[in-house]
Design a protein around this ligand. Structure first.
Ligand SMILES: [Zn+2]
Length: 165
């Protein structure tokens, strides 16, 4: 079932897992920044993989894959091939996603970040960062620490640019 004309504004979108073809790694990153659960395929999407991921929502640019998904009667959205800006707009609009950054998922693995006390990570935080920031999040899966730094400011700015029509 193509979600092309499926106007879903439900908040339960966050419980769904979006399964993206390999070429959509840029989009995958932004969906994670927006707090949506994403799995990025690293190789070709085959019928065997489709069979194992039936409960996912497939995001693809390949019309051929879309045809297979149609045959299996699974939920999918066929996206335009680039640019990223057009893809983000398309996905937000078609799937009724919330166009806002939550930044609560690890951008590397997509697992939920845990808010932590900075004291627990004292040895790992550069002094400058320690003095300037109080909110820290941690990915136990990647053993990575996140904080609201210049990098995040850059992400927020880029997101605004991407959302502008
Ligand atoms: Zn992670």
């Amino acid at each position: 079932m193509s979600l092309e004309n499926f106007h879903n504004k439900g908040s339960h979108n966050r419980e769904k897992i979006y399964y993206l073809e390999a070429s959509l790694s840029g989009l995958a990153k932004w969906l994670r920044f927006m707090g949506y659960q994403v799995e990025l395929e690293e190789d070709k999407i085959t019928p065997e993989k489709i069979w194992k991921k039936q409960d996912r929502i497939f995001l693809v640019t390949s019309a051929q894959t879309a045809k297979q998904l149609e045959k299996f009667n699974l939920s999918y959205l066929l996206l335009p091939r680039g640019p990223l800006k057009a893809q983000i707009f398309f996905v937000i609009h078609k799937l009724g996603l919330e166009p806002k950054l939550t930044l609560d998922l690890c951008s590397l693995c997509g697992k939920k970040l845990i808010p932590v006390k900075k004291e627990e990570f004292r040895g790992r935080i550069p002094l400058k960062v320690w003095k300037r920031y109080n909110e820290f999040n941690y990915c136990a899966n990647c053993d990575k620490l996140y904080w609201e730094g210049d990098h995040i400011k850059g992400i927020r700015k880029k997101f605004q640019t991407l959302l502008k029509g």
